[in-house]
Design a protein around this ligand. Structure first.
Ligand code: NI
Length: 191
């Protein structure tokens, strides 16, 4: 497997809508190897997710996994999930405010409103259908990763730019309050 280079904000690939993947292309060895590399790169960078455009591939594929993540120690775990051509649809009007960061946006976090309950339809890496409901902090992670497939970054969705902070200042001044909010969100939505 190969570690892939992660594009940083300012690189045009992060702003291009990615193209859908057809089933034949998905099942080819080259694409399966790419998915393995995407997963390995996410693990290496301790990301909660990684989308193909972030590694300079304009494909509608993203991977998500949270397993006691050191970058986001308060995030509920999410099993390894590969989404191909995902479509997200909110199933309620409810929203919550997330505090996000991104491997493509070095040393910056900010507060982003997200839908609290989503239906997710996609293929898995074998082209088999996924149809699931995700809620709470996990729903925020799904929206963040799927935004990458549309050329959007969390910085676009920060409503109050005064909430931007470095990771160090987040830990010093905002993390304790946000952890309380996360506890309330997990209590309400189960994740
Ligand atoms: Ni990101």
């Amino acid at each position: 497997m190969t570690l892939l280079k992660i594009a940083q904000i300012g690189h045009p690939i992060l702003r291009q809508p990615a193209r859908p993947v057809d089933r034949d292309e998905l099942l080819r060895a080259e694409c399966q190897r790419f998915i393995d590399d995407l997963i390995e790169t996410m693990h290496d960078a301790a990301g909660a997710g990684l989308a193909a455009p972030q590694v300079h591939r304009s494909l509608r594929i993203c991977v998500i996994e949270v397993k006691d993540n050191p970058r986001y120690p308060y995030k509920p775990n999410i099993p390894l999930t590969i989404l191909v051509n995902p479509v997200l649809a909110p199933i309620s009007e409810e929203r919550f405010v997330n505090f996000e960061g991104c491997l493509s946006v070095p040393d910056l976090r900010g507060r982003v409103p997200r839908h609290a309950e989503l239906r997710v339809r996609a293929w898995d890496r074998h082209g088999e259908p996924i149809d699931q409901i995700v809620r709470g902090i996990t729903a925020g992670t799904y929206q963040h990763e799927c935004d990458h497939l549309d050329g959007a970054l969390f910085v676009d969705r920060v409503e109050d730019p005064r909430t931007f902070c470095t990771w160090k200042e987040f830990a010093r001044h905002h993390e304790a309050t946000f952890r309380e909010q996360v506890r309330a969100i997990v209590a309400r939505y189960g994740s």
